[in-house]
Design a protein around this ligand. Structure first.
Ligand code: ADP
Ligand code: MG
Length: 847
């Protein structure tokens, strides 16, 4: 089939017309239709690229490179001339380039340096259904730019499967062009019995299934595996299957040299088996495949709260992904898809993957947006808003790294420099620090060591521990240094399983560090950092760790236990296996929350590095304070002045001083204790509360007196006034209260209070009764029947403006009735009451 015959050309006319009419377009067509390779060529052919290039954003590096190569071949130019690509560590572009494939943050970063997008005529967002973080955010930025500085910019969103409704609303006005493509039916087969990949290797199961279906099928095989390691093991397992002797076998993943990647997709005479990562799910089409064997797993990027960074974890793919993978078998003929899980298990899988914006740490993209001058990140026009907590966490981390500053959290110079490194901001910050301290190599290695799961096993036998002590030696500066030595040991022993087992090293885990280390070094070298490190200076390297993890600084609470206090008001326990048992200050590169037996959450700190206090001041002069502080000492129950050293909100040390604390500070601290209920003011009794209610009702009922009511906040002020002059709980607790309260009112207002809303009242019979004022409702006068003889009618106070309710009490003070009008009580209620009560209380007077 020539490219011109690909289904996408059905849409060519509509596509060109639509793009001429408006700037935005959605193209939806199944994998293999020709979207990625043909659409950029259509733009070129129809003159859309006369004033600038088209940039095609791809989620995967491997796909970006291979697509560029394919398109270059189709239009017969050298790669890097008219057609080029730009991925994290590689770039093949020139001034001539019209079609440029890029990945990850490259486009977003360009938007922040050059918001006019000079030289770019069109942007294509490919594989958008995968909802990668950079796709989402770059699209939002592109819309902003199109609406403001670049109305002529063309934006095209492409996808194999798409929830086009939400997206169309987001992009409106915008056409949606759909092609059904061509495909053949695929028969899906499940395993009859569930297999646990902990018990039986996934590659062995895959090889067995390939062999099982080889004889009854024709055409090529595509096997999905999560990563390079599993792919290599599958290759080995396939070679042992006699029924597969006639097949040639190819791996396909991002870590392979380009020529090997190309070989996997190129034509070949024999039947072939391609063992691939999910790059072959929708990004790349391999012609001739009729059998798909799907292990159902993929390496997915996810925020790992333990390490505070994004990592790749192997997870089960969703039903939508599995369907895409199955579809690869039906491109050219009817096909078969074997799923390495059961049908029952299938029904329990997620329908779709969560978009990355919902599951990744956002600090890197937040920093990029800040660099574009977008300070209010929450108001950014997200296609899907991230969790506000995730945004706060990102901003807080960036502020701690020194990348943002001020109340509006704007980007700093350090922040801008950090942005040049396509790594997590923690490591960008560490690499910058390392450059200044001549230890870039060590820090690059450390960064590599933290990317994967730790390969130094925990909970090992005594024997292994002894061997570790012998070979790795003692360590007091950083757990990282042990890890580095362990890695060197594994590397020198060529990751031999035997040598590694002796020290409890996971050989495969250690092996994965090498390429990462190389990558970090390349990034550092590319940004012009100094890579010449003669000898390792432990203190300098530790300072770099501090720069990257200052938000996880911990102080030991005492020497006896492993309990620690951390910045940002957190607590935790240093892990037992950490070598930093003697350190009083440390940073933990890993924090894990472990649920205890009683359901409580224990915070475990590991991968620790010992820190010396002067470093805090040296690295973060603005966050380190040494000043006199005033505190309430709970043991002596007194306010004391002390010299405090703090890092952010973490108290490092405090020493008593001889000075008396300022009276106002003492008063406010004591007031705080009173309000918290830790100190009781004995004179603050019911009368005081009644008095406050009376003042508040006076203010309410007689606004013309201009009395201000006493609010809860005023109460706190009053308590502070009572506390003024005291320094300890003992002298404070019996202090008089009423004098301070009475000062609240002017003398004439005080007089009016007693006149309008008296505490007691003389009734018609000459007896006194007590009035109770409530926060709501009328005042209530309570009196026993005998005290009310001779009193009639209604009662008011406040010069006739406030009606009083009577609460008539029995001789035992139990209320009998509440009434506004005593006359009706005497007439209707009293005769019955009298009969009953006079029998019970014969010795009382009954008129
Ligand atoms: P889509 O983006 O719609 O999935 P592509 O543009 O990637 O489609 O591919 C269209 C067709 O071009 C594929 O079906 C395949 O036949 C062919 N093709 C693409 N890339 C290559 C390549 N590197 N080698 C051989 N054929 C390729
Ligand atoms: Mg494509």
């Amino acid at each position: 089939m020539t490219p011109r015959e690909l289904p996408i050309y059905e849409l060519e006319g509509a596509l060109v017309a639509s793009l001429r009419a408006q700037g935005r377009l959605i193209v939806q067509a199944p994998t293999g239709s020709g979207k990625s390779t043909q659409l950029p060529q259509m733009l070129l052919a129809h003159g859309f690229l006369e004033k600038g290039e088209v940039v095609v954003l791809q989620p995967r590096r491997l796909a970006a490179r291979m697509l560029a190569k394919r398109v270059a071949e189709e239009i017969r130019c050298d790669l890097g001339t008219e057609v080029g690509y730009q991925i994290r560590l590689e770039s093949r572009v020139s001034a001539k380039t019209r079609i440029r494939f890029v990945t990850e943050g490259i486009l977003l970063r360009q938007m922040s340096f050059d918001p006019a997008l000079k030289g770019i005529a069109a942007l294509v967002f490919d594989e958008f259904h995968e909802r990668h973080l950079y796709g989402d955010i770059s699209l939002a930025r592109a819309l902003q730019i199109q609406r403001t500085t670049r109305p002529d910019l063309k934006i095209i969103v492409m996808s194999a499967t798409l929830d086009a409704v939400v997206l169309r609303d987001y992009l409106a006005p915008c056409d949606v062009l759909t092609s059904q493509g061509r495909s053949f039916p695929v028969a899906v087969e499940y395993l009859p019995k569930a297999v646990s990949f902990d018990k039986e290797n996934v590659w062995d199961v895959a090889a067995r299934e390939c062999a099982r279906v080889a004889a009854r099928t024709s055409g090529d095989f595509l096997v999905f595996m999560p990563g390079a390691y599993e792919i290599n093991r599958t290759l080995q397992a396939l070679q042992f299957e006699r029924d597969l002797r006639d097949f040639v076998i190819f791996p396909l993943h991002g870590e392979l040299p380009p020529d090997q990647q190309d070989r996997a997709v190129s034509r070949c005479e024999q039947r072939k088996i391609i063992v691939s990562t999910n790059v072959a799910e929708t990004s790349l089409t391999i012609d001739g495949v009729t059998v798909v064997v799907d292990c159902g797993l993929a390496r997915m990027a996810r925020f790992d709260p333990h390490r505070g960074i994004n990592t790749l974890l192997i997870e089960k793919i969703s039903i939508a992904s599995a369907d895409q993978r199955a579809g690869r078998a039906g491109r050219t003929a009817p096909g078969v898809c074997v799923r390495l899980w059961t049908e029952r298990e299938h029904s329990q899988r997620a329908l779709q993957e969560l978009p990355e914006v919902k599951r990744l740490d956002l600090s890197e993209v937040v920093l990029t947006l800040k660099a574009s001058g977008i300070d209010d990140i929450a108001a950014f026009p997200w296609l899907e808003k991230p969790d506000p907590k995730a945004l706060d966490r990102a901003e807080m981390l960036l502020a701690d790294l020194g990348a943002l500053a001020g109340t509006k959290k704007t980007i700093t110079d350090i922040g801008r420099r950090m942005l040049r490194f396509p790594v997590h901001p923690r490591y960008a910050r560490m690499l910058l620090e390392a450059d200044a301290r001549g230890c870039v190599r060590s820090v690059a290695l450390m960064a590599a060591l933290t990317q994967g799961r730790t390969f130094l096993l925990r909970g090992v036998s005594r024997e292994v521990e002894d061997a570790r002590d012998d070979i790795l030696g003692e360590e007091t500066e950083s757990d990282f240094f042990l890890l580095m030595r362990a890695w060197r040991y594994a590397e020198q022993n060529s990751y031999s399983v035997d040598a590694c087992r002796r020290l409890g090293i996971h050989a495969q885990g250690a092996r994965q560090v090498g390429p990462l280390f190389k990558q970090f070094l390349e990034i550092a070298g590319k940004e012009g950092l100094d890579l010449s490190e003669k000898s390792v200076d432990g203190a300098q390297v530790s300072k770099c760790v501090l720069a990257g993890f200052s938000d996880q600084l911990a102080k030991r609470l005492d020497g006896g236990t492993l309990r620690c206090e951390l910045v940002h008001n957190r607590r935790g326990m240093l892990a037992r296996e950490s070598a930093m048992q003697k350190a009083t200050l440390l940073v933990a590169a890993e924090i894990s929350e472990i649920e205890g037996r009683g359901g409580e959450v224990n915070v475990l700190l590991s991968q620790a590095t010992a820190i010396e206090e002067p470093w805090l001041k040296e690295l973060f002069p603005e966050d380190y304070r040494d000043a006199v502080g005033v505190v309430y000492d709970t043991s002596t129950r007194r306010v004391i002045a002390r010299r405090e050293r703090r890092f952010r909100d973490l108290l490092l040390d405090a020493k008593l001083t001889a000075d008396e604390p300022p009276a106002s500070d003492a008063a406010s601290l004591l007031a705080h204790e009173v309000l918290a209920g830790n100190i009781t003011l004995t004179e603050w009794n019911e009368n005081v509360d009644q008095w406050i209610v009376r003042v508040n009702r006076l203010a309410e009922w007689f606004p013309e007196l201009e009395v201000s009511p006493i609010t809860e906040a005023d109460k706190a002020t009053l308590i502070e006034q009572i506390c003024y002059g005291s320094y300890g709980a003992r002298e404070l607790k019996d202090k008089p209260v009423m004098p301070v309260l009475r000062d609240w009112l002017r003398p004439e207002q005080l007089a009016v209070l007693d006149d309008y809303l008296p505490e007691r009242l003389v009734m018609g019979n000459g007896r006194k009764a007590r009035l109770t004022y409530n926060k709501e409702g009328p005042p209530v006068m309570s009196a026993r029947i005998q005290e009310l003889y001779g009193v009639d009618g209604r009662f008011t106070i406040g010069h006739g403006r406030v009606a009083v309710k009577f609460e008539v009490l029995a001789p035992n003070h139990r209320p009998i009735q509440v009434t506004d009008d005593l006359t009706s009580f005497w007439r209707d209620m009293y005769p019955k009451v009298k009969v009953e009560l006079s029998r019970r209380y014969p010795r009382h007077e009954w008129r």
